[in-house]
Design a protein around this ligand. Sequence first.
Ligand SMILES: Nc1ncnc2c1ncn2[C@@H]1O[C@H](COP(=O)(O)OP(=O)(O)O)[C@@H](O)[C@H]1O
Ligand SMILES: [Mg+2]
Length: 259
Amino acid sequence: MCKIISIANQKGGVGKTTTAFNLATALTVKDNKVLAIDFDPQSDLSKYADYDNNDDKPTMSDLLMGKVGIGKAVDIKDCIRHNKLNRIDYIPSDINLANADLILSGVLSRETILKRILKNEIVNQYDYVIIDCNPSLGVLLMNALATSTGVIIPVQTQDFAFDGLNTLTGVITQIQDTINSQLSIIGVLPTMVEHTNASKRVLEQLENIYKDKLFNIRIHKATQAVESTQLRKALCLIKNSKLGQEYLDLADEVISILA
Ligand SMILES: Nc1ncnc2c1ncn2[C@@H]1O[C@H](COP(=O)(O)OP(=O)(O)O)[C@@H](O)[C@H]1O
Ligand SMILES: [Mg+2]
């Protein structure tokens, strides 16, 4: 059965998109079929996947709006692109997704629109679906969590890393108690780890609080992350990339946790 993984943290700049994209490709390197969904109106994952926004095919926001009858009905099959270099299928987003909270505010069962869109016959063609969430606790995040098997929470190992984490885990608990009892926290992922006192201090705190929910792997800080987005090429496909190896190790850890 396909496993659906949300990459979530309402804080921006913590490494969600980098993790979503690189975990997706790392999973394909390990012979899995992966669909990546850009669920952030900033469309960073789409850009990473070298999305051509003039390709005339519908996007994630067309799909959402179509499903609630605000726009034309769209078939999910028509929204899936293939990124050959990085071996993934993906659904891009666009800036219209930024209106989702407002537009969907009066829609019945607005937390389960994505779940109803991700039809089994599509999703089950994949081993993993990875959803790159937007930095907020709004209706998009609810939709992602409502349809997910598990959630990965990237945390940048710097001061103020903990701001909002309790609120996020609170939202996850609410979703588990109401619309998605199968949802689990796969793990809290330390990102941009440095050899500084601040980074060490935050890591120790994360270990104390999250214990076995903290991944074993640490994603270190390296300028190669930025190069990788500029090249539109996943880190694990760049020769001798240490960060690429870390994301391959993360893929192994995720596979074994969800097995
Ligand atoms: N391990 C890393 N080392 C250095 N820079 C990183 C690393 N991971 C991400 N970045 C950079 O930090 C910025 C924010 O990362 P991003 O994945 O876009 O975060 P988010 O999706 O949470 O906003 C980007 O410019 C990205 O290239
Ligand atoms: Mg992002």
